[in-house]
Design a protein around this ligand. Structure first.
Ligand code: HEM
Length: 113
C-alpha cells in the first residue's frame, strides 16, 4: 500500500506540474489557450487525488474531509473549465488567470491546511 500511495503522490505532483506549467509558459503570450498539458494535468489531478484518498483510507489512514472536499470541488471546476475550452483558439485573460489562480490555491490548500 505504501508503494501505491507514493506512486500516486508522484503522479499527483506530475499532474500539478503539467497543469501549472502548461499555463505558466503562456503568461507572456498574447493569445492564451487551454493546451493539452493543462487539460491532461487537470484530469490527472482529479483522478490521482481521488485514488490517493482511496488508498490512504484503505490503509486505515485519516484524511481531512473538509480539506479534501474543497480540493475536489476546486479541481472539478478547473477540469470542467479546461474541458469546455479545450478546442477554443483562444481563451479570455480572465478565464486563463482564474485557472492559474485556482491551481495555485489548491496547491496552497494542500500545503498550508
Ligand atoms: C488542481 C488540483 C490539485 C492540486 C494543485 C493539488 C496539489 C497537491 C500537492 C502539491 C500535494 C502535495 C503536498 C502535500 O501532500 O501536502 C497534494 C497532496 C494530496 N492531494 Fe492534491 N491537489 C489537487 C487535487 C486533489 C484532489 C481532487 C484530491 C482528492 C479528491 C487531492 C488529494 C490529495 C491528497 C490525499 C494528498 C496527500 C497525499 C499524501 O499525504 O500521501 N488533491 N496535492
Amino acid at each position: 500500500m505504501e508503494i501505491a500511495r507514493d506512486a500516486l503522490l508522484l503522479l499527483h505532483l506530475v499532474g500539478f506540474a503539467a497543469l501549472f506549467g502548461g499555463a505558466f509558459v503562456q503568461v507572456r503570450d498574447e493569445v492564451k489557450v487551454v493546451n493539452s498539458a493543462m487539460l491532461h494535468g487537470a484530469l490527472i489531478q482529479v483522478l490521482s487525488g481521488v485514488l490517493l484518498v482511496g488508498v490512504i483510507e484503505a490503509d486505515e489512514g485519516e484524511v481531512n474531509q473538509a480539506k479534501i472536499g474543497v480540493k475536489l470541488l476546486v479541481a472539478l471546476v478547473i477540469a470542467v473549465l479546461c474541458w469546455v475550452n479545450r478546442r477554443k483558439e483562444s481563451v479570455p485573460g480572465g478565464l486563463f488567470y482564474a485557472l492559474l489562480a485556482l491551481t495555485l490555491s489548491n496547491a496552497a490548500v494542500a500545503v498550508f491546511w
